[in-house]
Design a protein around this ligand. Structure first.
Ligand SMILES: *Cc1c(COP(=O)(O)O)cnc(C)c1O
Length: 346
């Protein structure tokens, strides 16, 4: 039975919250997760003493469900989101939501909201946001005694409405992640502390900040919500790596590294000094994450100094374009999914 789609202007949706028919909810109490299930209630009622309000136990994920050319509703590599959320939860002393149940919950909530999954070709998708919070009461500093796992879904429009125009970044004056801290997990706390520098960057006319490692301010790390990719003059894809484990393991980045290898592009994952970038070692730069796959970067500013990427300054460069088209082709079903990344929901 074909689902009657909601009457929305899919191609013109923004990235704003739009409640759908169902969310998914499960609670952890007395040492175990309950059965969980769909709910039409999109609110969560908590005690004023819930752990989330005081000691910030919160982790989240972000993935997209979308319609392929063949008409299936699919998600991209939800197993990696399940795994990453498991790791994030452990780092904050939260009980991980079982990985197989995470995937089942994503499937269940997306299938129940099939009418909200944008049609193929609209460029829009259903954004899936699993999150977990400490919901039990705590006043002394300790992990909360109870937790909520919740998935909300909301339709979002195409990321690039005006085409893939290269953006400008600036080197952040604040740090994002402490060495060996929480930069490698997906937790709201990392975002709270980056909002000031993000807004400062926006007020100064930049799309995003580029953070250097906070230990030495020598190495390129990432932006507030996306990993960095660089292309050297000889065409090698160079992927910044952290000595201090403070870069978030982006699923898009890990997929693009595999795509590059499949395409015969040399890949070098290593610490990258900001001085190399300033010295003109790279001809293209991009940011990668679920939302945009790759956003091209044309310039990075540090005070009055400007670094430009000659092969990707006016429009997305050839290597970034090839990587992006290949990955989006695999996602849409136009290119064979050799690695089994596209997970069929309906
Ligand atoms: C979510 C996120 C990314 C991108 O990860 P994807 O899995 O590719 O969406 C990159 N950096 C940070 C800090 C993030 O929170």
């Amino acid at each position: 039975m074909a689902t009657e789609k909601k009457d929305l202007d899919w191609g013109n949706l923004s990235f704003a919250y739009q409640p759908t028919d169902f969310s998914y909810a499960s609670e952890w109490k007395d040492g175990a997760w309950d059965e969980g299930g769909l709910t039409e209630d999109h609110s969560i009622t908590l005690s004023e003493c819930a752990g989330i309000f005081h000691y910030c136990q919160e982790v989240f994920e972000g993935l997209k469900a979308y319609t392929t050319a063949g008409g299936s509703i699919v998600a991209f590599r939800p197993d990696l989101n399940a795994e990453r959320m498991h790791d994030s939860a452990e780092r904050l002393e939260m009980p991980p939501f079982p990985k197989d149940r995470f995937i089942d919950a994503v499937r269940e909530v997306v299938a129940a909201n099939a009418a909200w999954v944008p049609p193929y070709g609209s460029g829009a998708s259903l954004y899936v946001r699993p999150f977990m919070i400490g919901s039990g009461d705590v006043i002394g500093v300790a992990p909360a005694p109870e937790y909520h796992f919740h998935i909300l879904v909301t339709p979002v429009g195409p990321y690039f409405k005006g085409g893939l125009k290269p953006i400008k970044l600036c080197i952040a004056t604040y740090d994002r992640a402490a060495p060996h801290g929480t930069g490698n997990i997906k937790a709201g706390l990392n975002y709270a502390m980056s909002l000031k520098s993000t807004m400062d960057a926006h007020r100064a006319g930049f799309a995003e900040n580029l953070y250097l490692d906070s230990e030495s301010r020598t190495y390129v790390e990432e932006t507030g919500g996306a990993n960095v990719l660089l292309v050297a003059a000889d065409g090698t894809l160079v992927v910044p790596k952290s000595h201090t484990d403070s870069i978030l393991p982006s699923i898009t980045r890990r997929s693009l590294v595999q795509v590059a290898q499949d395409l015969g592009i040399a890949v070098d994952e290593r610490p990258v000094e900001w001085a190399e970038v300033k010295g003109g070692a790279f001809v293209e730069c991009g940011l990668c994450g679920t939302a945009a796959v790759i956003s091209p970067v044309g310039e990075i500013h540090e005070g009055d100094e400007v670094v430009t990427f000659p092969a990707g300054h006016d429009e997305m460069g050839p290597v970034m374009t090839r990587l992006r088209e290949t990955l989006t082709g695999i996602q849409d079903g136009a290119i064979e999914d050799e690695h089994g990344w596209v997970y069929k929901i309906v």
